[in-house]
Design a protein around this ligand. Sequence first.
Ligand code: CP
Ligand code: NVA
Length: 303
Amino acid sequence: MKDFISINSCSSEQLNELLDLSIELKKLYKSGDRDLCLAGKTLIMLFEKPSLRTRMSFQVAMTNLGGSGIYVKPEDIGGIGKREPVKDIARVLSRYAHGIMARTFEHDTVTQLAKYAQVPVINALTDWSHPCQAMADVLTIREHKGKLNGIKIAYIGDGNNMARSLAFVCAKLDMKLALAAPAGYQLDDDSIKIANDVAPGTVTSTNDPACAVTDADIVYTDTWTSMGQEDEKQKRIKDFEGFQVNTELLKSAPKDAKIMHCLPAYRGLEITDEVIESDNSIIFDQSENRLHFQRALLKKLLS
Ligand code: CP
Ligand code: NVA
């Protein structure tokens, strides 16, 4: 495993190994002991979009493992693939750093970086997928539910990068995903097929949120307007009417269903403040686990 670009190109064994390592490193972190396996190593972090969690958790993870992270905003290098081709950026950065992490609009930018870089490349979100978040999410579910096998996630909202990465991770780890989205916003058939070819029956798709949350162990949502879609925001708010995760919808879910959101959340749109702040919400554990999963990933790829 040189790079971490998409969950569907990892084996179940590799994913489980990363989760086991995350748990081991999290224990060490909580005990106050340090693992300096990345002493002297550098991760270059390229961003085309804003970030709180991804940027900070990767930077803290590198520092904590004894290395360092360098944050690069697109203006600093004249844009990724604009001032010079992606393949040249990949090869130049490989001469300076031990790893490259990138958050881009086009997924192809990250795959091109991986193709030409001699060092590991990590996908820190593209328009197509968000694998680091999905792995932190299943780590969080494993901690709260004690297992992953047979767990059902109901994902209410846009069939976006987050929904796709959850579909892939559920297929690899014997989980189920019930997607509920309005017409025109469902996860594409190709992605559902990729997941269901790995494990038949993993992903189901409906436009009835109440039906999706029945028997769900987890109720998950994400923004209706992803980064780059800001011009569509008003239309999307109308189109997603009836798809809010709120107290009314949760009456159709089991009482102990946990609530998840990758954040940032738009309170009053895809989810209410009340639900985010409720006892069943494990949203901030999810955010914390970005750090623990990524420490494991960095140790695995860079040390
Ligand atoms: N969940 C997530 O990736 O958050 P950021 O956009 O703040 O990194
Ligand atoms: N779907 C969202 C996820 C943010 C972490 C976006 O791409 O903006």
